[in-house]
Design a protein around this ligand. Structure first.
Ligand SMILES: [Zn+2]
Ligand SMILES: [Zn+2]
Length: 368
């Protein structure tokens, strides 16, 4: 693979709310403890259309022009000062959107996804693709803390799903999984499917997936045991009936939709646990059956992003235990981003994960 680094690069640049174009921009230079990466593949996340639309402009993104994108894998092509002990040129890596300030109480405790200095770039915090330049470009600079070495058996395309799979694994680690137990997944999108697969690796035996077609049907093909179509049946009744009249051990909310937390509470058994992995809008407010939750000792875990799990996800991918490539339904070059975005947003042709390759396809390992 050639190591030539261009002076200028192509990037997807947001120029205002809902406005974007492919522009030629200078390749950024890595600073101390940073590396320059060539982006091999970057997956469109459910949050990207919101960032692009600009409904949270001033926050995500903080200002214009802005390069979004945060679910990526690629290759280290240049080292900044002090980066050498950590990475070498040619390392294949998968990225993480978060780098905490490293100094606040939460960061020191390892909870950098809850950094207390969010938005204060001067403290060193980075939230790539949301508050700092992201991966829809041929190159980007990353902190050595935000990249993870990837085995040769994991393709760039697969590596771009480390973020989504990590959201699943982090949620599982917080919530816990009952070995041999039954899990309900609400929301058969990429997070739901990968939550299901990580829960299976942690020992859950049976999966009831709740949603609507066509994604619900896709979940069936991708490993769900029982499908509950919310257009045809009540989700709580459906899950309980499918589980022999009992509540499930764990329920994972992976849609961010209104009403689903209430449903999850009613789906789990006494002492059951609920993980909230979906990303709801600010205006989504849930009513909780307070007494029922207390009486049944139901535990609810909020889960945010994917801290401290990328290396584990990559090991599971490299060993073949965690398969992600069948979730990648579409691949586009950067120049066709507009079409890729439409495909993702409108879920055209069964779109699940839509991946952009800013430097063209990876030649050596392409998923069969
Ligand atoms: Zn994401
Ligand atoms: Zn911090």
């Amino acid at each position: 693979m050639s190591q030539t680094i261009l002076q200028n690069m192509k990037a997807l640049v947001l120029t205002g709310p809902g406005k974007f174009e492919i522009q030629e921009v200078p390749v950024p230079t890595p600073g101390p403890f940073e590396v320059l990466c060539r982006i091999g593949a970057v997956a469109i996340c459910g949050t990207d259309p919101e960032v692009i639309k600009g409904s949270m402009a001033g926050y995500w993104p903080p200002s214009y022009p802005f390069i979004p994108g945060h679910e990526w894998a690629g290759e280290v092509v240049a080292l900044g000062e002090n980066a050498e002990p950590f990475f070498k040129i040619g390392d294949r890596v998968a990225g993480e959107a978060w780098k905490g300030c490293g100094h606040c109480a939460n960061c020191v405790a390892g909870h950098y996804n809850r950094c207390q200095n969010y938005g204060r770039l001067e403290t060193g915090i980075r939230h790539y693709g949301f508050q700092f330049r992201g991966a829809y470009a041929q190159y980007n600079v990353y902190s050595v803390k935000s990249i993870h070495k990837m085995g040769d058996s994991v393709s760039f395309r697969e590596g771009s799903l480390v973020d989504t799979a990590g959201v699943g694994l982090h949620g599982m680690e917080l919530t816990g999984i009952t070995p041999g137990g039954t899990v309900a997944i609400i929301g058969p999108g990429p997070i739901g499917i990968l939550a299901m697969r990580t829960a299976r690796l942690l020992g859950a035996a049976k999966f009831i997936v709740v949603g609507r077609p066509p994604r619900l049907d896709a979940a069936g093909k991708l490993g769900a045991d029982i499908l509950i179509n919310i257009q045809r049946e009540d989700p709580v009744e459906g899950v309980r009936t499918a589980n022999g009249g009992f509540g499930v051990d764990e329920a994972f909310e992976c849609s961010g939709s209104e009403g689903t937390l209430y449903q999850a509470i009613r789906m789990v058994r006494e002492g059951g646990r609920i993980g909230l992995l979906g990303v709801p809008h600010d205006k989504v407010m849930e009513k909780i059956p307070f007494k029922y939750v207390c009486r049944n000792e139901i535990a609810i875990f909020g889960s945010k992003a994917n801290p401290n799990v990328s290396d584990k996800v990559l090991s599971l991918m490299a060993s073949g235990q965690l398969v992600v490539k069948d979730l990648i339904t579409h691949v586009f070059p950067l120049e066709e981003f507009a079409q890729a975005l439409k495909t993702f947003v409108h879920r055209k042709d069964g779109a699940m994960k839509v991946v952009i390759e800013p430097n063209g396809p990876e030649k050596d390992i392409i998923p069969a």
